[in-house]
Design a protein. Structure first.
Length: 574
């Protein structure tokens, strides 16, 4: 049995051969620019995360879009870290981001890039602005700057330091770099328009003093550029043709353009904004995700209930499913919330196609086949994946004493219960037809053992006379079954919009993880390696845990159940 692997990406991602990528407003703009010969038809994009946390499903949309647009147009996509805030950045995050991008199936152009690669050039651009009278050193405190910013209804107030000469500003800025001043003493601000209706243009800060060790440059710098300044000019330095950002940066675009134009940068990129990804029953704010980890609501950033790519990977979500989900969501100009059922549907589609099947029982009850010899056993052929004929078959042991799901038997069943009951015949998957002949209970009235007889002419599960059997049950041989720990994961939040009516932690689902130590799985489970994905028939899709799974003591995480709400909705409205 070859289980679906879950630790690496599914190869480099891109449009399927012979298909056209979906046409959205960003791709329309890119196509028009190429048709007009802009940048000689070249397309260059970038994915620019700040290395201050782990990537989540929202970042996946940006990754799929940026790398996808580049690939579709024969262009390039850079992985560039916005590492301008040493207070929050760590090498751990740098490496995890690269691992997530590779896992999703993408390869960036050349080596990884960092805003810190350009600190010297960014500093030179800042001096250019000062010489041109477009920037000045302000000595107001942070509180005073905020007080003079104004509001949407009232203009801001010019700083008393706004009219310092270029010479004085250059001297102060160079002394800031030399480390002469304490943190917060001075900042470099753009000289734009304190009465602008766009608050981002009211003399925004471009540089601040921060005596913090940088994860790459160490103590070489004590002044660091602000995001808007560094982002725009890093795009220019790298020759990015289309800088794709989420909608919160729409009001920052005039500043983006100003920084490039007034710094006299040679290359002029274009910023285009798209709607970020919001998903129901989850949170994607870094601040909220950090609270979940730091307050112990989850076990860590890679907890399988987390929407981080590390968590989704550990839960067994295939990268191809995430790519398919992001492509289905599409690219829009207005923010909206996507039903998490669409993500679950994409996961089921991919896993149904690629995951081998095993049989396992989560709540076992003993089933004794009366007309099968006590010391006899045999192996039966079981199909690995009915969706993939090339997947072949495996051998499953069969013996007199079996285990089935307790829920598959009822003493006095209701009308539409088609599974096992006294006198009723059912099919054991890949095995035989069996008829219940009796059962016993323990002192508490709980069914302890079920007895049955098999039809020896029904090997493989087919009735020799063509009679109809309505139910097929999964099972394992009690003698050969492997004890396993199974973690049954559900949605982390119990409401569609966590935090809408109060603290979001109050909406946590108390049953988001249930640990089952009673599971018994067919012997093939010992062939799994950490990260391998399977379907436990009739129970759901599972993955061998990347941290805890061992051959001798299997640990399986449920990726998603078999029930597909989204597919039923799509069929009903389609």
């Amino acid at each position: 049995m070859n289980a679906a692997r879950g630790q690496e990406g599914d190869g480099e991602a891109g449009p399927a051969p012979g298909t056209d990528p979906p046409l959205d407003f960003i791709r329309t703009i890119v196509a028009a620019d190429r048709a007009a010969g802009k940048h000689e038809g070249r397309v260059g994009t970038r994915f620019p995360p700040e290395p201050n946390g782990f990537l989540h499903i929202g970042h996946a949309k940006s990754i799929v879009l940026n790398f996808g647009v580049a690939a579709e147009n024969g262009g390039t996509c850079n992985l560039r870290y916005d590492d301008t805030n040493p207070a929050k950045e760590e090498t751990l995050y740098v490496e995890s981001i690269a691992a997530d991008v590779r896992w999703l199936g993408y390869r960036w152009e050349g080596s990884r890039k960092f805003a810190s690669d350009y600190f010297e050039r960014l500093y030179e651009f800042a001096e250019t602005l000062i010489r041109r009278g477009k920037a000045y050193v302000d000595s107001l405190s942070a509180e005073e700057v905020r007080a003079t910013r104004g509001t949407l209804e009232t203009p801001g107030t010019e700083s008393p330091y706004r009219n310092r000469t270029a010479e004085e500003n250059l001297d102060l800025f160079r002394r800031m770099r030399a480390g002469e001043f304490p943190d917060g003493t001075h900042v470099l601000r753009a000289r734009i328009d304190m009465a602008s209706g766009n608050l981002n243009l009211r003399d925004p800060t471009l540089y601040r003093i921060r005596r913090l060790r940088h994860h790459r440059t160490g103590d070489d710098w004590c002044i660091y550029p602000m995001y808007d300044f560094a982002h725009a000019l890093s795009d220019s330095i790298e020759g990015i043709t289309h800088s794709l950002c989420t909608l919160e940066f729409e009001d920052h675009r005039p500043l983006y353009d100003w920084c490039v134009a007034e710094s006299r940068a040679e290359f002029v990129p274009r910023q285009i904004e798209f709607a970020r990804l919001n998903v129901s029953y989850t949170v994607l704010s870094k601040r909220r995700l950090l609270r979940l980890v730091s307050e112990g609501h989850v076990s860590g950033w890679d907890d399988p209930r987390m929407p981080t790519l590390a968590g989704l990977r550990r839960r067994g979500v295939p990268p191809a499913a995430i790519r398919a989900f992001c492509e289905r969501v599409g690219v829009a100009k207005r923010d909206s919330t996507v039903d998490i059922a669409l993500l679950e549907h994409a996961v089921r589609e991919e896993l149904n196609r690629t995951s081998p099947r095993l049989m396992g029982v989560l709540d076992p009850v003993r089933l004794v086949v009366e007309n099968y010899a006590e010391d006899a056993e045999e192996t039966l052929d079981a199909v690995n994946n009915p969706e993939d004929p090339a997947a072949g078959a495996r051998q499953v042991p069969f013996a007199r004493e079996l285990l089935i799901e307790r829920a598959d038997f009822m003493e006095d069943p209701p009308r539409k219960f088609y599974r096992l009951a006294p006198g009723r015949e059912v099919r054991l998957r890949y095995a035989f037809l069996v008829t219940c002949t009796g059962f016993t209970k323990d002192a508490d009235g709980r069914v302890q053992e079920i007895r049955c007889r098999l039809d020896p002419e029904s090997r493989g599960g087919d009735a020799p006379d063509g009679r109809r059997v309505r139910a097929t049950l999964h099972w394992v041989s009690a003698r050969h079954a492997v004890p396993a720990t199974v973690r049954l994961y559900d949605r982390l939040f119990r409401v569609e919009h966590p935090g809408r009516d109060g603290d979001f932690t109050g909406d946590l689902n108390p049953d988001s993880m249930r640990v089952n130590n009673d599971a018994r799985i067919e012997p093939s489970v010992r062939d799994l390696s950490p990260g391998d994905r399977i379907q436990l028939e009739r129970l759901g899709y599972f993955v061998a845990d990347s941290g805890d799974h061992r051959r001798e003591s299997p640990v399986l995480n449920r990726t998603v159940s078999l029930r597909d709400t989204w597919a039923r909705i799509a069929k009903r409205i389609g």
